[in-house]
Structure formats: C-alpha cells, structure tokens
Design a protein around this ligand. Structure first.
Ligand SMILES: NC(=O)c1ccc[n+]([C@@H]2O[C@H](COP(=O)([O-])OP(=O)(O)OC[C@H]3O[C@@H](n4cnc5c(N)ncnc54)[C@H](O)[C@@H]3O)[C@@H](O)[C@H]2O)c1
Length: 358
C-alpha cells in the first residue's frame, strides 16, 4: 500500500503524540482507548477544570502528559500530532478548525457543530487540509450495522420505502451530573436531538443510503419545564423526514418512557417493498406469507468506542480511510439541526434552507 507523505512522516517518528482537549465524562473515557493504541502516547491534556485535568493526568501517568488550561497553548505544542476534542458541543467547530489549521489530525466528538453555517466552515477547512478528520459517531465502526446496511443496499428487502427509529429513555440526564453545567442549555448542546440523537439520525441516513430533504415535527420540554432551572432543551419530540431518494422516516426521542413498559430503548426498523429489517436484531422478515426470517449478521458484542479510535489512528499511520469522515459528521449534524429547526419554528424545513453545500 502506498503511504501518503503525512503517513510516512508519522511512521518515521515511530510514535503518534495524542492530546485530549476536554477530559470530562467522554474525553476521559476515550483516552483509555487512545492509550490502548500501539505506537500512540498521550502527550498533552487540556481542561478548564483542574480536578478533571489532574485525574486524567494520573490515568495517563504512563505517558507523562503535559497539562494545559488553555487549548490554544496545547495546539502550539509541537509534540502533538493528533487531537481529540471532547468539550461541550458549542466549542467543537472553533477548536476543530484551529486544530486542523495548526496541522493536527482531529478526532472531534459528535456533533460536528450545532449551527449550520459554522458546520459549513468546518467542512471547507477539513476538506482543504491533508490532515485526518474523524467525527466521533462510533456507530459507523459497527461491523454488524455495516453488514446490515450493505445487505439492505444489496436489496434484501427490495426498495427501501420507510424507516422507523427511536431513542427512548426512562429518565432525564442527571440534573447534577458531570455534564449538567452545559447539557440543559440548548445554546451549548444544540439540544438533545443534535447532542444525542445525531447518532441515531446518522444511522438512519446510512440505512436509507441518502440524506433528508425535508423535516416536520413537534416537541418541547414536556415534563421537566425549567427543571433544572434555566433549562432550554427538550425532553420529547416526534419528527418525520423525507429523504432525497424518497424514503420516509419517523423518529421519536423521549426521556419519559416509563420503566417496565415495553418498547423502550433504541431501535431501527427498515421497511422495503419485499419485507422489513429489524436492524438491531439483524433479522430480515420477508412479507411473503410463510417465508422464513433471515439472520443478516451475528449479534456479537462490539466495542465501538475502541474500534472507532483504532480507525482514527490507522488512518493516520496506515493511510486507511477513517470510519466517519467530515461528510458523514456534517450530514448527521445537519439532519439533526433541520429536525430541530422544524420543531422550534413549527414549520417544514428543507435541506436547502440550511444553506450548506456538501
Ligand atoms: N460519542 C459519544 O457517544 C459521546 C458520548 C458522550 C458525550 N459525547 C460528546 O462529548 C462531548 C463532551 O461531553 P461530556 O459528556 O464529556 O461532557 P463533560 O461536561 O463531562 O466534559 C466536557 C469537558 O470539557 C471541558 N471544557 C469545557 N470548556 C473547555 C475549554 N474551553 N477548554 C478545555 N476544556 C473545556 C469541561 O471542563 C469538561 O471537563 C460533547 O460534545 C458530547 O456530545 C459523545
């Protein structure tokens, strides 16, 4: 395999210097997968909260990382080749653009951004550099999902006409939890559809083999109004999308699906002209009477977080394609933003109105 000049340079250096910006809940967790990568050392950490910085530094003590309170100082560190951005969502675009411009490879947590215009800026920069960019949509590293999506593309259920998906939970995110200082503020998180459901919506895009053209829906803060105080994000909504290839999609996210009631959790059902696919179970159910269901993939336990981090470093060192590139990240975030805006404005939103050319 021919290596790019970037990959050759990294190979010549033997080790990749990795850095974490934001070592809260997610960053500290992802760092463990980074430390498992052969030839990768955690050389720098940054967080504005000293307790988190200290804790992460002791977890990564093997690599003796330098610690920073200012993320721009970390980007100036010549020992850093790859940066993980795991800060609140409103900071992703600015940090990712600056990191790419500083010549770093970037693993940016989802969502790529929380407003359409700034995502458009990130797309331009990511495409104009020769640095690796991967979005933290780790479902894209699922072999099972990839197999099922491929079988659907190969026509197992005929022409796909509809997808039904959901992300339901029995409780709100902890009001005093580690991310509570920003999560409930939609100006910081992008709201729950962008912050959380981007994973599910991206998977729907993958299964549909397209991106939505229109969205309409309703929702709001239906149970926990002003709880916690100042809260602006939603706790429940329902949405419909129409895809560019004609697929219709129905999606709901709620935090109040009572414990014990069936139908909780997350799922994806794909309906085709010949039958339906339960994606999570990886089972195809033909519509024809008496036809037998078919297993499409094994239900093996997958460590998606580790696989996704591995894909990022293999893209840097072995010139492999990333598992989720900027187009996937931007499309996922824009899908969520289009749905969010349809709910906020109580009108049908079109992809064109987002104003981003992908
Ligand atoms: N891929 C996934 O499945 C997944 C899961 C959870 C969270 N996330 C994403 O990861 C990101 C972080 O979420 P979290 O749950 O870890 O939140 P968190 O609040 O636990 O951690 C965020 C950290 O960023 C730090 N921070 C804030 N501003 C900073 C700045 N200017 N410079 C440096 N550090 C700064 C905070 O102090 C905090 O420690 C979010 O974008 C979230 O959507 C992704």
């Amino acid at each position: 395999m021919m290596l790019t000049p970037v990959a050759l340079a990294v190979q010549a250096q033997q080790t990749v210097g990795a850095a974490m910006i934001g070592v809260g809940n997610r960053g500290a967790y992802v760092m463990r997968s980074v430390m498992e990568q052969p030839g990768v050392r955690v050389v720098a950490l940054c967080d504005i909260k000293p307790d988190r910085l200290d804790k992460a530094a002791s977890t990564a003590a093997r690599d003796n990382p330098k610690t920073y309170r200012q993320w721009r100082d970390l980007l100036a560190d010549k020992n850093v080749q790859a940066v993980h951005i795991s800060t609140p969502c409103d900071l992703h675009v600015e940090m990712a653009i600056a990191a790419l411009k500083a010549g770093k490879h970037v693993y940016c947590e989802k969502p790529a951004g929380i407003d359409a215009a700034s995502i458009g800026e990130l797309v331009k920069v990511a495409r104009s550099t020769n640095r690796v960019f991967q979005i933290g949509q780790q479902m894209r590293s699922s072999k099972k999902l990839a197999t099922v999506a491929q079988r659907i593309r190969d026509g197992i259920c005929g022409k796909v006409v509809m997808i039904k998906a959901q992300r339901h939970a029995s409780d709100d995110l902890a009001h005093d939890g580690p991310s509570a200082d920003w999560f409930f503020d939609r100006k910081r998180s992008g709201d729950v559809i962008v912050e959380m459901a981007v994973h599910n919506l991206d998977a729907c895009n993958w299964l549909a083999g397209s991106r939505p053209e229109m969205a309409a829906g309703f929702g709001g803060t239906l149970i926990w109004a002003n709880d916690p105080p100042g809260r602006t994000n939603m706790d429940g909504y329902c949405l419909s999308y129409e895809y560019a290839n004609g697929v219709k999609m129905s999606f709901t996210q709620v935090f109040f699906h009572a414990r014990g009631m069936p139908g909780n959790g997350q799922y994806f059902y794909v309906y085709g002209t010949n039958g339906s696919v339960d994606v999570d179970q990886a089972i195809y159910y033909p519509r024809a009477k008496d036809a037998k269901p078919e297993k499409l993939a094994e239900n093996v336990r997958e460590n998606l977080d580790l696989a996704h981090v591995t894909a990022f470093y293999e893209a840097i060192t072995a010139n492999k394609p990333v598992a989720a590139d900027i187009t996937i990240g931007a499309t996922g975030a824009l899908t969520a933003i289009m749905g969010r805006e349809a709910i906020y404005r109580k009108k049908m939103m079109t992809w064109k109105e987002l104003g981003v050319n992908l």
